[in-house]
Design a protein around this ligand. Structure first.
Ligand code: PFF
Length: 454
């Protein structure tokens, strides 16, 4: 019998811009809009931003190119890619698939909250600056039973519908609309925020580094953020890179993607912190900054309801362009390794991820008594395993794989399109891949898993 899948052409990005939008879309997400401003807010503002930027240059660019090189070279998603390069290393791709699976299960729950906040913004439900009230509303949502699950389901269905459309027809098409829209909306909200009286205090806090605040833990927080924000360490960029044609300039793309991601993180900082300062709120409010402090800020703004709706739609778009990349990692694994068709893989994997997400969501309410690793509930345990263990481990091992197993010459040959493109930074990149990046990640890994306490 003829295996139809064998004859089917593997889907590819329709254009270079399409790939860059999709990859930047994966990188830009809740990590940029929610986590980055809050981390900057509680880690010394400018000092954190400075370290973050240095690390993007050193580690971000290095690992981005490394992942894309593996994907483009093998034209396979992560498990198959590693296997093709060295039969003994397929498990490393498997770690990444597992990480993507786990991350999406709780990412989708948070994505659901953003849909709920769009509805709340439209109906004017949080038209108050009372932080207790807003905190209660947020707490009520996440600890609920049916409401967060319905929104989690809606978020997962939207993600599924995009991914089932395929690489060029679904992912590329949707990100080409959502990413520019996100950029425009972001600029709008940022201008509103920057023109508030007292906003400059926030800008100063965000930009002027106070190096006395530069402790080892700030450095480590920044390194961890670079990692999560750029979607590195779980084969996501290997998978996206596998849909690239052999003549694309991947060195250039690997610079553009971290640059765009950093731009959005900085825009988020310039949006959230000035507004928080203008209204005298606490910049180190942590996870509540987006869902509790920001609605209070909107309620005090002229045209606040409109800006609140626009802002949460923007957060939803950012979350979706990331969630589709997370689902794609799992789906492409089933398609490439088990020859499932895309539709079957997307439906089945989304269903399983949804169910794990149900447990994650309930663990903040009715199931909060269930304690797993270190007293964490299910939601936090999933985050801990994926972000603090699997991602750093995956990233570090990938660098070791390239630098010491597959070989730098092979990687550089792929990056430079077999020598057709000038890759002047090749020796620097090689040194970073082989030594600096894995060491840096090792430090983050040890610290975040609690083995090393600085
Ligand atoms: N980079 C995304 C964010 O900043 O929200 C999260 C993420 C997406 C992590 C995809 C990992 C990944 F593979």
């Amino acid at each position: 019998m003829v295996d139809l899948n064998e004859n089917k052409q593997r889907d590819q990005w329709g254009s270079k811009l399409g790939f860059i939008m999709a990859a930047a879309g994966s990188a830009v997400g809740l990590g940029n809009l929610w986590k980055f401003p809050y981390l900057a807010g509680s880690n010394g503002g400018g000092a954190f931003v400075f370290v973050y930027l240095v690390l993007i240059l050193l580690v971000g660019f290095t690992m981005m190119l490394a992942e894309i090189v593996i994907g483009r070279n093998t034209q396979l998603s992560s498990v198959g890619a590693y296997k093709k390069l060295n039969a003994k290393w397929g498990w490393l791709g498997g770690l990444g698939v597992l990480a993507g699976f786990l991350i999406l299960s709780f990412y989708s729950v948070v994505g659901g909250w953003t849909i709920s906040y769009i509805v709340k913004a439209i109906t004017g439900a949080f038209n108050t600056a009372d932080l207790d009230l807003l905190g209660g509303m947020f707490g009520g949502l996440i600890a609920g039973t049916l409401e967060p699950l319905v929104y989690h389901g809606i978020f997962m269905i939207i993600t599924l519908l995009i991914v089932v459309g395929g690489v060029s027809g679904g992912i590329e098409k949707s990100t080409k609309i959502m990413m520019p829209a996100l950029f425009v909306m972001m600029i709008m909200v940022m201008i509103r925020s920057l023109t508030l009286p007292g906003a400059m205090e926030g800008v100063k806090f965000f930009l002027v580094p106070d190096f006395s605040k530069l402790t080892p833990s700030v450095l480590l927080a920044a390194l961890g953020q670079v990692f999560f924000s750029l979607s590195l360490g779980m084969g996501c960029m290997i998978t996206y890179g596998s849909y690239l044609g052999k003549d694309e300039d991947i060195v250039q793309s690997s610079m553009i993607i971290p640059a765009l991601d950093t731009c959005i993180a900085l825009l988020a900082g310039f949006t959230i912190l000035p507004a928080v300062f203008a209204f005298g709120f606490d910049p180190s409010a942590g996870p509540g900054l987006l869902f509790v402090t920001l609605p209070a800020v909107f309620s005090k703004m002229p045209l606040g309801t409109l800006f609140a709706v626009v802002f949460f739609v923007l957060v939803l778009f950012a979350a979706l362009t990331s969630s589709i990349s997370l689902l794609e990692v799992t789906v492409s694994y089933m398609v490439d390794e088990f020859k499932w068709d895309r539709k079957k893989a997307t439906y089945i994997m989304s269903g399983i991820i949804f169910i794990v997400g149900v447990a994650a969501s309930l663990s903040m309410g009715p199931w909060s008594h269930i304690e797993l690793i270190g007293g964490r509930n299910i939601f936090d345990t999933l985050g801990f395993i994926a972000e603090n263990i699997l991602l750093p481990l995956g990233g570090m091992l990938m660098c070791i794989f390239i630098g010491w197993v597959w070989g730098l010459e092979n990687a550089i040959k792929e990056a430079s399109n077999e020598g057709k493109l000038a890759f002047k930074l090749a020796p620097v990149w090689g040194f970073l891949v082989k030594y600096i990046a894995p060491l840096a990640v090792l430090i983050v890994f040890l610290q975040s898993s609690g083995i090393l306490k600085i």
